[in-house]
Design a protein around this ligand. Sequence first.
Ligand code: MTE
Length: 299
Amino acid sequence: MGKGLKWSDVTPKTQWLNRRHLLAGGAALMAAPAMAQGTASRFSADATPNTFEEITTYNNFYEFGLDKGDPARNARLLTTDPWSVEIDGLVERPGRYDLADILKDAPLEERIYRFRCVEAWSMVIPWVGFELAHLLNKAGVQPGARYVAFETLLRPEEMPGQQTRSLDWPYREGLRLDEAMHPLTILATGLYGEAMPNQNGAPIRLVVPWKYGFKSIKSIVRIRLTETQPQTTWNMQNPREYGFYSNVNPEVDHPRWSQASERRVGAGIFAGREDTLMFNGYGEEVASLYAGMDLSKDY
Ligand code: MTE
């Protein structure tokens, strides 16, 4: 393969859909049957993904700096093995779950999702992951649980951004339980069939494709089931600008910029902006979750 070219840049989509093994965390894992047969998940978007290069060099991961190129430079320092996720709160089987154990029976599949940042740029990303519902069911959700809270690793010695006060660490996010159990909501452990690059949230991160990107918390070490709505980092920082729900919505502008359109990363300077779609185009699947809510008030 030529210098500077990655296999993902030159491998046709059908071929990487056919890969039987996905490397994640160093262990070869069997892909879901749908992938082995060469068909993408029924949840995958029919859009051409951004390149591996674009997805891994234009990032938001404030633990590694504020500029888009900082995570790719600085996240090399992060140790992602061993890794475990503490699952507690209103669950039947609380405890520290080893990532290797989580992945042992996780039904991994490829999900090609549109990804829309609140800053009004977007990408299409071929994630590898499994439904969050799988892990929550493994831990056993108690009847009283209504929300799911997530936390990123707190390790300032490896995460230079945590030595500053750019955010209130550790990074925290949350979902309502029905959002968390929705089949579109995944825990991703890779992209383009490779183990998750550190700058994209290795070794395991959330992806909620109908919400602004900041809800998709990276490098998760804790998942807690709660009765009340958890505190979340950006919402605490500025509740007017970053609502708890933060569903992609072209009709509710961010106080400092319009959300009606977006710039596709890598589209080139002559490409026009694209219209932003309600729920980032996933309305058919998720609109019913918000029936009866006024999304211009409860954003
Ligand atoms: N998770 C943590 N822990 N720290 C962050 O700074 N940034 C969020 C989200 N998850 C962030 C995070 C934001 S604003 C976006 S747009 C996405 O990660 C970016 O994901 P990507 O770099 O994989 O595209």
